[in-house]
Design a protein around this ligand. Structure first.
Ligand SMILES: Cc1cc2nc3c(=O)[nH]c(=O)nc-3n(C[C@H](O)[C@H](O)[C@H](O)COP(=O)(O)O)c2cc1C
Length: 195
């Protein structure tokens, strides 16, 4: 498969960047080709604006759509910010998943205009797993992203992989990078099992 990894972090030495690299190494070890979209390094403009409302798709959005078009699997790597996506990732989704290209009917999640691709959200988080799970945050994120955004987009199968305690000890981080590698290595094929 061809795997697109979309990374959102301004620091190339951040844990998130290391998690993206570990994921890609795992995918490569499983025989997949990989492509990295490093949104901050590339200077992607995440601000949805008047140009995005017009009929003509802006060139920078077309370039991102072309990346998606050649991918069989997509992995988004971004740190959990205020129980949501950082602005760069949010803006990438807002602008790239355009009406008429990604979807056309707002009330039916089965009407994605895109072919099925498998999808992973690899999300480093400062919080502990018990905190995030017991307080209902994980369920909220699953609803918004797995059922909502990426279900709409037609990623299948798709899953949210939260890397809990990502600001923890070196040993903790090493274990999370190993986990990221395994997630890349065991990446599902499109439509392989249930979402
Ligand atoms: C603006 C901001 C908001 C954050 N919000 C959350 C949050 O809602 N939940 C959480 O568990 N961690 C939160 N964190 C912690 C980050 O998720 C954590 O620092 C990050 O995953 C570590 O990865 P990095 O070293 O690649 O940045 C937040 C951090 C920042 C800077």
């Amino acid at each position: 498969m061809h795997v697109l990894t979309v990374l959102d972090h301004p620091n190339p030495n951040a844990f998130s960047a290391a998690a993206a690299q570990a994921f890609m190494r795992g995918a490569q070890a499983a025989g997949h080709s990989t492509e990295l979209a490093d949104l901050n390094a590339e200077g992607f403009n995440p601000l949805w604006s008047l140009a995005d409302i017009k009929n003509t798709t802006p060139p920078d959005v077309l370039a991102e759509q072309a990346r998606i078009a050649r991918a069989d699997a997509i992995c988004l790597v971004f740190p959990l910010f205020w129980w949501g996506m950082p602005a760069m990732t949010k803006g990438w989704v807002d602008r790239v998943f355009r009406w008429g290209w990604a979807y056309d009917q707002l009330d039916d999640p089965e009407t994605s205009l895109q072919r099925a691709r498998s999808g992973v959200l690899l999300v480093p988080a400062g919080g502990r797993s018990d905190e995030i799970k017991n307080e209902g945050y994980l369920e909220a994120l699953e609803t918004a992203w797995i059922k909502g955004t990426f279900g709409y987009f037609g990623l299948s199968p798709r899953k949210l992989e939260v890397l809990y305690g990502a600001t923890g000890s070196d040993a903790r981080r090493a274990a999370l990078l190993e986990q990221s590698y395994k997630i890349g290595f065991t990446l599902a094929s499109p439509n392989d099992g249930c979402a």
